[in-house]
Ligand binder design. Structure first.
Ligand SMILES: [Ca+2]
Ligand SMILES: [Ca+2]
Ligand SMILES: [Ca+2]
Ligand SMILES: [Ca+2]
Length: 454
């Protein structure tokens, strides 16, 4: 629709002058859109530009691109419009429609795979993992890639599959490769004993503790499978003990295998020392755990010795003060031959007088002790010449075991003197034995030699 006035003016001029006025045309702005869902193109609407001119009769045509409402392909489409007026003058404009693929591809991973470790190895190789499938709105031949690296380690390995549509859009999925494996674990007293453990401890039963020779102790150990595949115990026999013969296997495991999650097996080790000393042995369990195929640990113990206190340091021990230990304690000896541990001058090698197992330096001391209770005996072991006045209380017997007992005199003797065979009794004052001198007690000569004195 052209205004009536303008048309009239242009018509008048046309009759007289050349129309040198170019027509005018203005295009829409460039535009960008995403592809339509599931499509590699987009329907784009725009209002087609219409040229104008000072004279009527101009025509506008599109010379490149697609019309508004068309399906625009991926990429840039340039749309050009040209207006031509009645005098053949032209003007043109262009704008672009850019269609971009922002739609991610679809990807589906292959099924997860479970395999065993390769024989003799802790890994798995040559695993068939399959292929991921993918689709895309633009890239129909899309081929997913993966980051798989062989060999696969024990446990769960993740493989990332990636689909790239070539337009900057990617999708990923994860496939797992599970490598099954047996995992041996040995226990004592509920504690794990590490493979190769040589630090023995009573806490995990590897230290059996001090035992007296002739006794025996059994300890129970466990075999666990904390892996995902059957643990096979391959030794013949299953548990082997090497080292000191004081250790032995009492009970072998009841089975040669443990399934994954299956109950633990047990075995028993015995310590039976014959003689005192320290003892160790190595426990060994062969199995199919790839990195612990010979699981070992050390056991130890000691057989004790009885030690006696040597208070006076004469090398002879006190029978009444005892320690039973594996190593000799300071101040203790292995004999109990000290008849008096308060005097280094008195011991079994140098005893003259004794009473009740304790020896004394003088007969008076021995008599004092014996006289404290009734019917006690003082022993005279070897040559004794006390050269003193001895008083034997009533109820006390002096028994001369060996050697010669010389006495000057005995006053108020009320006890008994027994002269054993092999001993001799010499009274330097003469005639003191029964019925003579001042000795009023019993006198029994069991075969000794009596001499009346000098
Ligand atoms: Ca895409
Ligand atoms: Ca292992
Ligand atoms: Ca001593
Ligand atoms: Ca002593």
């Amino acid at each position: 629709m052209f205004p009536l006035g303008v048309t009239t003016l242009c018509s008048t001029h046309r009759a007289t002058v050349t129309d040198n006025g170019d027509p005018q045309i203005t295009c829409p702005a460039n535009s960008s859109v995403d592809t339509d869902v599931n499509m590699c193109s987009a329907v784009v609407n725009y209002a087609a530009p219409i040229g104008t001119d000072n004279c009527s009769g101009s025509m506008t045509t599109q010379t490149t691109g697609l019309t508004g409402g068309s399906m625009f392909p991926l990429g840039v489409t340039t749309n050009t419009f040209v207006v031509t007026d009645g005098a053949g003058n032209t003007a043109q404009c262009s704008f672009t429609v850019t269609v971009t693929d922002n739609e991610d591809p679809m990807i589906t991973c292959p099924a997860n795979v479970t395999v065993n470790t390769d024989t003799g190895l802790c890994t798995a190789s040559n695993v068939v993992i399959g292929s991921a499938s993918a689709s895309d709105n633009c890239n129909l031949a899309i081929l997913p890639s993966n980051n798989a690296v062989e060999p696969y380690q024990r446990g769960i390995n993740n493989i990332t599959w990636t689909a790239d549509d070539g337009n900057g859009n990617t999708s990923v999925c994860i496939q797992t490769i599970t490598v099954l494996y047996p995992e041996i674990n040995l226990t004592g007293n509920g504690q794990t004993i590490g493979n190769g453990d040589n630090m023995t401890s009573s806490l995990d039963f590897t230290d059996f503790g001090p035992q007296s020779p002739g006794s025996q102790t059994d300890k129970t150990f466990g075999i666990e499978n904390i892996g995902s595949q059957t643990l096979q115990l391959t030794g013949m026999p299953i548990v082997v003990v090497t080292g000191d013969a004081e250790f032995s296997v009492v009970t072998q495991p009841s089975s040669t295998g443990i399934t994954s999650g299956g109950p633990a097996l047990s075995f028993q080790i015995r310590y039976a020392p014959v003689a005192a000393g320290n003892h160790t042995a190595l426990i060994s369990v062969l199995n199919n755990d790839c990195d612990e195929s010979n699981y070992t640990f050390t056991v130890s113990s000691c057989a004790t010795t009885v030690y006696y206190k040597d208070q006076d340091g004469d090398g002879y021990g006190n029978a009444d003060s005892v320690k039973t230990e594996c190593t000799q304690p300071l101040g203790y000896v292995t004999n109990n031959d000290d008849c008096n541990d308060n005097s280094s001058a008195l011991n079994i090698q140098a005893v003259v007088y004794s009473h009740d197992g304790v020896c004394y330096a003088t007969l008076e001391d021995a008599l004092d002790m014996a006289g404290s209770t009734a019917m006690q005996e003082v022993l005279i072991h070897a040559d004794a010449s006390p050269n003193e006045i001895n008083i034997i209380p009533a109820g006390v017997t002096v028994r001369v075991l060996s050697g010669t007992w010389s006495n000057h005199m005995m006053l108020k003797n009320n006890g008994t003197i027994i002269l054993e065979n092999g001993s001799s009794f010499k009274n330097v004052s003469g005639g003191v034995y029964k019925g003579k001198g001042s000795f009023n007690g019993n006198f029994q000569n069991m075969g000794g030699v009596m001499s009346p004195g000098e």
